[in-house]
Design a protein around this ligand. Structure first.
Ligand code: 2GW
Ligand code: MN
Length: 297
């Protein structure tokens, strides 16, 4: 099904990940139509990925927003589990964005790992908390974060790591397959379809439905991504529109126009409510149970 042509293989070896065995997972798609690897457990060599990242002396940024009740509810477990599993052995800078820096938990960090807290203002509507992230990230990438890190992953806080999440997840631009939708027919994917929205995709458009809970890339690529999404979000707001899945809709539009260099399988951001599935061999990051009724008011 998803084996890459040999000509792509040489390129993939340079893609930070030692992606050497796409044929190891014949039951899933391991390569997109534009030649980007889709990273599944078994298709990469974690040690080769680690070594390659270490040789390049990378600094990896991990951004996360923890505003309002999400700080107490999710941040500590997110950070503690990241210490266990996220880019172990690499240089890592966590960037926590919150309106209450003093309330950020003191999680002991391993050597070469650092945490920076950035103050943000709290938006009134939850949709705005989520959407404002693109603008805030854009500014951060233009400042200290952008100078400090080579690659950055941007994540939701309402999840925790459960297995190794290493440099195999790094690339020039990285998109996450959404756990709910990765096996759906393309025409049913929940893209924004209202043509008035900046996030709109026309009939027949859209490759995959990507989850905004994990996206990443080089600083330059993410500057472009966040600028695009922040611009689209602002334009929609000026016209009294709000895309179906907020910032995620704009992210999906961006990745339709600018194909990701690497795609992460749903193992990299899995929803435990979906149960055990034979293609999900090694979930690395698990969604926390949704408590919309309690948290969205
Ligand atoms: C968000 C919604 C309702 C109530 C509160 C919040 C909220 C979000 C908050 O009070 N404080 C906060 O820090 N956040 C941040 O925004 C936090 O990092 C959280 O993980 C992120 C996205 O909100 P979340 O996780 O509740 O939304 P999901 O899991 O449904 O996320 C998907 O859809 C969102 C847009 O609706 C985003 O695109 C998100 O990236 C997607 O994963
Ligand atoms: Mn979330």
């Amino acid at each position: 099904m998803g084996v890459c042509p040999p000509a792509r293989m040489a390129q993939l070896r340079d893609n930070f990940t030692g992606l050497l065995h796409p044929w190891a997972r014949p039951e899933v798609l391991t390569c997109t139509s534009w030649g980007a690897p889709i990273v599944w457990d078994g298709t990469f060599d974690p040690d080769a990925a680690r070594q390659q990242a270490t040789r390049q002396n990378l600094t990896i940024g991990l951004t996360v927003f923890a505003v309002g009740r999400y700080l107490e509810k999710y941040l500590e477990r997110f950070l503690e589990s990241a210490e266990q599993h996220f880019m172990v052995g690499q240089r890592v800078v966590y960037y926590v964005f919150t309106e209450r820096p003093a309330a950020v938990p003191h999680v002991p960090l391993g050597p070469g790992r650092m945490l920076r807290v950035e103050r943000v203002v709290r938006e009134r509507r939850w949709q705005d908390v989520s959407m404002q992230r693109m603008h805030t990230l854009h500014e951060a990438l233009g400042g200290r974060l952008g100078r400090e890190a080579h690659f950055v992953l941007c994540m939701d806080v309402d999840q925790h790591f459960s297995a190794a999440f290493g440099p195999e997840a790094l690339g020039e631009s990285v998109a996450q397959l959404h756990a709910w939708h990765y096996r759906w027919p393309r025409r049913l994917l929940p893209f924004e379809r209202d043509s008035r929205s900046a996030a709109a995709l026309g009939p027949g458009e859209g490759d995959f439905y990507y989850h905004a809970a994990v996206f990443g890339g080089s600083v330059a690529a993410l500057r472009g991504l966040t600028a695009h999404c922040a611009r689209g979000l602002r334009r929609d707001r000026e016209r009294g529109l709000e895309a179906r899945w907020h910032d995620e809709s704009h992210l999906n539009k961006f990745f339709w126009l600018h194909k990701p260099a690497k795609v992460l399988s749903p193992e990299f951001c899995w929803c435990p409510d979906l149960g055990r599935r034979p293609d999900i061999r090694c979930p690395r990051l698990l969604w926390a149970p949704k408590e919309y009724a309690e948290l969205r008011d």
